[in-house]
Design a protein around this ligand. Structure first.
Ligand code: M6R
Length: 610
């Protein structure tokens, strides 16, 4: 996580760096800082808390130089505080860092033994010490970075400046993303495109184990061993959206409300309405060749994207009869998975930058198996690396809690499963067209469930009094139960567990009493009656039920304290309808508790550390 920016140029570095940090704040928001050249030296300003704190502190601070760096932090080593905020400055060397230095304990011990005065609890500061020491010998910022790199273990990126070299910036990437924007007489280095595109669309992608050296208007790219690399600067297409709340109190609520449109928008490139068929050419020119050879699919993802993959497992197995496994990206690569070339590896990620997902994808590529991404952020690392790609196409998701990216993924998984079903002749022409028709007609149904906004607004006070929440569901509703629980945990910091309804009697049922809310997701489908029996068992033990079912299901209504009805839909599309009330519930409970809905504590939108 963490957002990093470095700038050399003719514009006011403070303005460019701060606008970059604003674009990157979703990567971490526990503290922030800048170090910018001023009157022959470097002036550093840091603040604990959100970026607006730093902004306030910088209001009347001016800088005379052309060069500077900035950082917005998501703490790994050391609590959020000003002394742990970046940049870290040691003997005129200032450094910002994203990622983890795994051997920091050994480095720290060696530095302490040799008399270094360490000011913070971070692993980052230690790198600044090493570079500052090396600089005394090498008299070159670039050479000192090359000299220090072999001593560092881990996945990390750094950007460094030194008081002695006012026009220079040196950056290194191994893991967390780093890009160079090449402007007219200016160079900007940043974690993400969003920080660069207001200034230039000319982008140099920095790959792992590469060093970039900015020297005024010039720049050079090197391997970590010092070999010069030639790479073309790419001119990218980018429509900068304005991150505006458009009258909503929070981005999250706006994004929940956008879902009828974003689900339709996600679908649009993949459906030929005139011919009533799916258009998959944009996945890759070789899509048919790759997909016709696939006999198994492994979905790899984290968090909410993992839950969409779980829904995908049900969809693809039922509609296309292709075996699917779903893997947590953080586990996948550490258990030496057996990677087969006839398996398609599908990576789901809103950001396309999640460190574990990227690492899993790289491992699969090393084995030569086909890869596919379902992601939202175009030109992200994932997007640039895979063989086949589908886009969530839901515009920027700003709220840290994922909502519209989830529902876009679910509709795309419906499209993909339907396409595979037809390709593998598991769906005949009639079934194929029927399923496309359902998918196309679906988005407007989401409007109906948005009406639960006012219900949850008025019941939030009551809901927040429960001691805990057990979310249950079966079949495609099981991942929705997991997603509902995740939303409440991350936003309202309340105890919430997602469980398969059938598993309750194997343990979690012991949690149930009158203070425990049971949120059951049970639209009418082939497992409805089974879920109902599980619900009866929960009610018999005093659990207070919030039920989500299809239309006016009298059996469920009888058991529920609150009953929320969903419009009639096909089983494959129910998850999209069912998740919306759960998003609204988490939103309102969190808001009524006075929490920061868009930037919940301890989280970041893009998780670029392991
Ligand atoms: O960008 P990704 O989809 O790869 O992100 C994965 C998770 O970090 C993300 O879904 C996270 O769980 C969200 N905070 C959930 O709301």
């Amino acid at each position: 996580m963490c957002g990093i920016v470095g700038y050399y140029g003719h514009q006011n570095p403070k303005n460019v760096i701060m606008s970059g940090l604003k674009a990157l704040e979703y990567r971490g928001y526990d503290s922030a800082g800048v170090a910018i050249f001023d009157k022959g030296g470097v002036k550093r300003v840091r603040a604990e808390g959100k970026l607006e704190k730093l902004e306030g502190q910088l209001k009347n601070v001016n800088f005379t130089g052309h060069t500077g760096i900035g950082h917005t932090r998501w703490a790994t080593h050391g609590i959020p505080s000003e002394r742990n905020a970046h940049p870290h400055t040691v003997d005129g060397v200032s450094l910002v860092h994203n990622g983890i230095i795994e051997n920091y304990v050994e480095i720290k011990n060696e530095l302490l033994k040799s008399g270094a005065k360490i000011q913070s609890d971070t692993d980052s500061e230690l790198v600044a010490h090493l570079i500052a020491r090396s600089l005394k010998k090498t008299k070159s910022l670039l050479k000192s970075v090359f000299a220090v790199l072999p001593k560092l273990k881990g996945a990390f990126s750094i950007v460094v400046i030194s008081e002695e070299y006012p026009d220079e910036i040196v950056a290194f990437k191994n893991g967390p993303p780093l890009l160079l924007g090449v402007g007219k007489g200016e160079n900007i280095i940043a974690s993400d495109l969003q920080a660069i595109v207001p200034y230039t669309k000319n982008i140099l992608y920095i790959e792992d184990n590469e060093v970039i050296h900015v020297d005024g208007k010039e720049y050079a790219l090197y391997s970590h061993k010092g070999k010069k690399i030639k790479r073309k600067v790419e001119k990218i297409q980018w429509n900068q959206e304005k991150a505006e709340k458009q009258g909503y109190p929070h981005f999250m609520l706006k994004e929940i409300y956008e879902q009828p449109r974003t689900v339709a928008q996600a679908l649009q490139p993949y459906v030929d309405l005139e011919k009533m068929q799916l258009k998959m050419e944009s996945l890759s020119p070789k899509y048919e060749d790759i997909l016709s050879k696939v006999n198994r699919i492994v979905v790899v993802a984290c968090g909410t994207s993992y839950y969409s993959g779980m829904v995908g497992e049900y969809l693809i197995e039922k509609l296309a009869k292709i075996p699917v496994e779903i893997e947590l990206a953080s586990e996948f690569r550490y258990r030496q998975p057996i990677i087969s070339k006839s398996t398609l590896y599908l990576f789901i990620s809103q950001s396309g930058e999640t460190a574990d997902t990227i690492a899993a994808m790289k491992l699969v590529k090393e084995h030569g198996a086909p890869t596919m991404a379902l992601c939202n952020v175009r030109l992200s690392t994932l997007d640039r690396s895979v063989d086949l790609k589908m886009y969530m196409n839901c515009d920027s998701e700003i709220g840290v809690a994922s909502t519209k990216a989830f529902t876009s993924s679910l509709i795309l998984l419906n499209v993909f499963a339907t396409y595979l079903g037809y390709l593998k002749q598991e769906l005949n022409q009639k079934e194929y067209v029927e399923q496309i028709r359902r998918i196309v007609d679906f988005p407007s149904l989401i409007d109906k469930v948005l009406a639960y906004n006012s219900f949850f607004k008025s019941t939030a006070e009551q809901l927040k009094k429960f001691k805990g929440f057990l979310y249950i569901g079966r079949g495609v509703s099981y991942p929705i139960a997991l997603e509902g629980a995740l939303k409440l945990k991350e936003l309202a910091y309340m105890h919430a567990e997602g469980y398969s309804a059938g598993e309750m009697k194997h343990g979690p049922i012991a949690l149930i009493d009158k203070k425990m809310a049971i949120v059951v997701v049970a639209p009418e489908d082939d497992v409805f009656e089974k879920t109902l029996s599980n619900l009866e068992e929960a009610c018999a033990r005093g659990g207070q039920v919030i039920a989500i079912g299809t239309e006016q299901n009298e059996k469920m209504k009888k058991l529920a304290l609150h009953y929320l009805s969903l419009p009639q839909a096909h089983w494959s599309l129910n998850p999209i309808l069912a998740v919306v009330p759960l998003q609204l519930m988490a939103y309102h409970v969190s808001d009524s508790l006075g929490y920061d809905v868009d930037q919940p504590r301890n989280l970041a939108k893009s998780v670029t550390v392991e």
